[in-house]
Design a protein around this ligand. Structure first.
Ligand SMILES: NC(=O)c1ccc[n+]([C@@H]2O[C@H](COP(=O)([O-])OP(=O)(O)OC[C@H]3O[C@@H](n4cnc5c(N)ncnc54)[C@H](OP(=O)(O)O)[C@@H]3O)[C@@H](O)[C@H]2O)c1
Length: 259
């Protein structure tokens, strides 16, 4: 299937590993030239080189903290007029709501709500003028089915979701499609780190805790960044312009809901 985006340009934030990398690779396989971002320069450049070798597209690596004003400015300077924007950043820490003071909330809201909104604000008028734009925000299944230990994520990402619900309908007539991808469990560094902490709290080994989580997922497994990336590439395809303001849960069926 030809996604019709060969030669387009994309910014993929927080993409040296995990879900962001999965999205970057899938877009590159469709012939999209990339600017990828993460904070750690060496790891980011290694990923950029891996994607160049695998796909032959142009990949520029911009090491910066995307949650800072300065970091976003550097990324946008490298690609001021992207056709595609994939918003992503590190997730907030797990814990109990009593752990999170005002600073913790400011930080979570900045990373998981204000940062993607500022990036959308910077690129959406150019997309409107060029009559093509695809924006995918990586959020979390916690938006749809709150996870008690991820209260910062439940709250901050819900704010982004509400904003996107409104904006996506304002810009759809210009062939600019904004949607959210809601990952469930994917076995990335972040997931492994969280599982280790939860296993320790439950007095279990990481291996036993992981096996129980895998067994309770309807798909009987965790997801892979590669399959997550393919869903992202589809939402960025030329024919996805009628998919507007949606929240696609990719979780193996773990959110137990009819709709
Ligand atoms: N994995 C899951 O199962 C799952 C489920 C639900 C939601 N999510 C959410 O999906 C997002 C991605 O998760 P993941 O599992 O792919 O994480 P991951 O494997 O830990 O990868 C995180 C990536 O983001 C980069 N990054 C982190 N903070 C950044 C910042 N401030 N500026 C720029 N880059 C930054 C990291 O590189 P540097 O550290 O070098 O910056 C890395 O490339 C997170 O928000 C997470 O909460 C994940």
């Amino acid at each position: 299937m030809d996604y019709g985006i060969k030669g387009r340009t994309a910014i993929v934030c927080a993409a040296s590993q995990g879900l962001g990398k999965g999205c970057a690779l899938a877009l590159a396989r469709e012939g999209v030239d990339l600017v990828i971002n993460a904070r750690t320069a060496d790891a980011l450049e290694a990923t950029a080189e891996e994607i160049r070798r695998a796909t032959g597209v142009s990949v520029r690596a911009v090491a910066a903290d995307i949650t800072s004003h300065e970091g976003r400015a550097v990324v946008l300077a490298a690609c001021p007029d992207p056709d595609i924007l994939v918003n992503n950043a590190g997730g907030p820490p797990i814990g109990d709501f009593r752990d999170w003071d005002e600073n913790a909330w400011q930080s979570a809201v900045n990373a998981n709500m204000i940062t993607p909104i500022m990036l959308i604000r910077a690129v959406v008028d150019g997309m409107i003028a060029r009559r093509f734009g695809r924006i995918v925000n990586i959020t979390s299944r916690s938006v749809k089915a709150p996870l008690a230990h991820l209260g910062l994520s439940n709250g901050a990402r819900a704010g982004l979701t509400g904003f996107v619900a409104g904006l996506s309908r304002q810009v759809a007539k210009h062939n600019v499609a904004i949607n959210n991808l809601l990952p469930g469990p994917f076995l990335t560094e972040r997931q492994i780190d969280g599982l280790r902490k939860l296993a320790a709290k439950a007095g279990q080994t990481y291996e036993d805790f992981l096996a129980a989580r895998v067994a309770e997922n309807p798909a009987g497994r965790f997801g892979t960044p590669e399959e997550f990336g393919k869903a992202c590439a589809f939402l960025c395809s030329a024919d996805a312009g009628f998919i507007i303001g949606q929240n696609l849960v990719i979780d193996g069926g773990s959110v137990n809901a009819t709709m």
